[in-house]
Design a protein around this ligand. Structure first.
Ligand SMILES: [Zn+2]
Length: 355
């Protein structure tokens, strides 16, 4: 409704304005925020005979995939290029630049250690590099980052259980919980109930990807068996009215990543028909996120623009979604209120209502 009375913003004006609106991003994979430059450098280090052009060809080869499982293979191929935990210093630098570029003031990021542990790296060393870099980002930019360890569903229950045990032996204040990512078709949520229960009993928060590649039954299992506090994607919920009601009733937020969902094509084929509109209208706490910036060539601000220009959200609705990003996060209530207040203050410069 408000859309008709709002002045329509062009892309540049929109992006400049939304860059200044404080936002949280709560569904972002650390290993996917690595920049193309860093990947190219890692490829050339591994293959000293390659020039930049040859390295670019290699990136093109790695990035040829057409479904979620193909994407996961590419994801693992990029992780394979890391030589030591010190490589995370470069990845966190890329993360810092990404957060600054997109006006993100708080981030909860997934870090997936499985592939690195399989290389024989010491988890405590990985954690100390994470911690050092999170502190560095906050010191340099004031942006707070917290980590959710993706225990991973791709390699089975025992691997997830092992990852949790490693985490429990290496607790730090910057790691606040666990997530469940990876192949939803190969690792059904119901297998991981005891891992989630144990994590919560030790004070960790729990979230899980669900309804990205599998139907609403995966989301039901995730809220009933895993009892996850938030759902990553949750797109297949659109076809189950009872499930939508339940997500509203239990106030379980969705971490929606529109471009990623259009890529996966399982439940969304075009941006215009993305069910985030339905979720929002039905009262679910929806948030916008980029998921895997490097792989999908999309950043958080692009997703706000897509929601505005393609899906048809008004600026006022996008303000609510920006506020939701803090509401749905795991920061304390006082901090949430402070951030939401900051959104309001930044909103005063809204170019669509400015005279
Ligand atoms: Zn994800």
């Amino acid at each position: 409704m408000e859309r008709t009375t709002e002045k329509q913003l062009g892309k540049e004006e929109f992006l400049n304005f939304f860059r200044k609106i404080p936002k949280a991003e709560i569904h972002l994979h650390l290993e996917a925020v690595i920049s193309r430059d860093t990947v190219r450098r890692f490829i050339r280090r591994r293959n000293p005979e390659f020039d930049d052009e040859r390295a670019e060809q290699e990136i093109g080869r790695i990035f040829t995939y057409s479904d979620l499982n193909g994407f996961i293979k590419a994801y693992l191929a990029v992780q394979d290029l890391y030589d030591s935990p010190a490589d995370f210093n470069d990845v966190f630098r890329d993360l810092r630049d990404y957060l600054v570029r997109n006006g993100i003031k708080y981030a909860e990021i997934f870090a997936a250690p499985s592939a690195f542990i399989k290389k024989g790296w010491d988890f405590s060393e990985i954690v100390s590099v994470y911690m050092k870099n999170v502190i560095k980002i906050e010191t340099e930019t004031g942006i707070k980052v917290r980590i959710l360890i993706d225990v991973s569903r791709t390699f089975g229950f025992e691997n997830a259980e092992k990852n949790l045990q490693l985490l429990l032996a290496n607790m730090t204040p910057v790691i606040i919980g666990i997530g469940l990512g990876g192949s939803e078709t190969n690792g059904p949520a119901r297998l991981f109930g005891s891992v989630f229960e144990k994590a919560r009993s030790r004070g960790l928060v729990t979230v899980a990807h669900a309804g990205e590649d599998v139907g609403p039954e995966s989301v039901w299992d995730t809220i009933n068996i895993l009892r996850a506090a938030r759902i990553g994607h949750g797109i297949s919920s659109a076809g189950d009215e009872k499930l939508i009601d339940e997500l509203v009733r239990r106030n379980i937020p969705l971490e929606v990543c529109p471009t990623s969902n259009v890529f996966t094509r399982k439940f969304v084929s075009t941006m215009k028909e993305h069910p985030i509109r339905k979720f929002f209208d039905r009262g679910i706490t929806v948030t916008l996120n980029s998921d895997d910036p490097l792989f999908f060539g999309v950043e958080l601000l692009d997703e706000y623009w897509n929601a505005y220009a393609e899906i048809g959200f008004s600026l006022a609705e996008l303000r609510k979604i920006a506020e939701n990003s803090f509401r749905a996060s795991f920061i304390g209530d006082d901090e949430k209120a402070k951030f939401i207040d900051a959104v309001g203050k930044a909103w005063d410069g809204n170019p669509a209502t400015a005279r």
